[in-house]
Design a binder for this molecule. Sequence first.
Ligand code: PLP
Length: 403
Amino acid sequence: MFKINDNFLALNQSYLFSQVAQKISAYKAANPGVEIIRMGIGDVTRPLAPAVIEALHKAVDEQASTDTFCGYGPEQGHTFLTEAISANDYKARGIDISPDEIFVSDGAKSDTGNIGDILSLANRVALTDPVYPVYMDTNVMSGRITSGNVELLPCTAENSFVPALPVSNPDMIYLCYPNNPTGTTLTRSQLKEWVDYARRHGALILFDSAYEAFITDDDVPHSIYEIDGAKEVAIEFRSFSKTAGFTGLRCAYTVIPKELKGEDSTGNLVALNGLWHRRQSTKFNGASYLSQRAAQATYSEEGKAQVKSTIGYYHRNAKVLKDGLEKAGLTVYGGVNAPYIWVKTPSGIDSWSFFDTLLTQCNIACTPGVGFGKAGEGYVRLTAFGSYEDCLKAVQRLSLLKI
Ligand code: PLP
């Protein structure tokens, strides 16, 4: 009989969102007619920017003519997009990242999940806790993380959600800032400590900045490459999902600077850029032409303004929610440089109990923090991705909360 990949059996069964959905359904069945405000799942709700829609229509029309039809593109992305990314997201910020250091894909989930292909299974891993589950699960699937041989770096109110530097000398460190789920950030000097650590220890930082567009504070870096020396130690992941509402359309990119090198098993230095190029060319046939044209449109003058306005809409939601939660007597974090608000549960109750309280007293659905890791116990996550009207309604309901 053929064998399966046993590593998949070692995965923690993730019941988080299905458990949330079940609880909501059960509550609705018991309380017909009740309207639940869903603030749990981190998906965007606003429509795509008009400039993006226009680019999509044009790209569709191009497919109707043999003169403009586009089949397979370069696996690493069309140059019209990699050049726009290089110019707008990097050179405009004084960071020298060239188009051939940018790899376009269908999502940061795929990229953060697949990057392990080009890294040794012997590497030790460090992850923040709570954490976006993809980093952990994909390392378990590959067999790199087995029986808990991973260093978890707790991020709680006690350390202001700034993880302490690792103690186990990990080779791969996943950082996500602005953070999902806590909505917190690292300042430039805090991120520099990580870059300096990685340089001293020969570690690789896998920097997920899927929420970069939500940064408002000047002191928070938009890219890890704003930090001197980061090009030698960091890969950066970005996505159009939360930036421009592409969760359904799909487009993202990963930056691998040419300076970034790791050791092979005989101690020779090898550039990761070439390895990822090879990996993508072999296992990936490129993001769709349509989504790449759509992504390009986010960099036009109108596109930029429209995308910014949608981010502003979510920021306003976050502020309304944050203020409302605080008024209700709760302690909250995040929500300023991120679409996520991380709420401390009152009187030390656990995440699931507070989930139930919010559901039954306010008819608001959140995500229990413990679902993102042990250090998330005692917190819940609310998202600002819903409608403004729902946020106002949620705040009204929160005023009735008895804690
Ligand atoms: N990285 C983080 C931290 C996320 O929260 C998400 C989505 O929720 C992703 C990556 C996935 O992004 P994409 O839609 O580009 O796959």
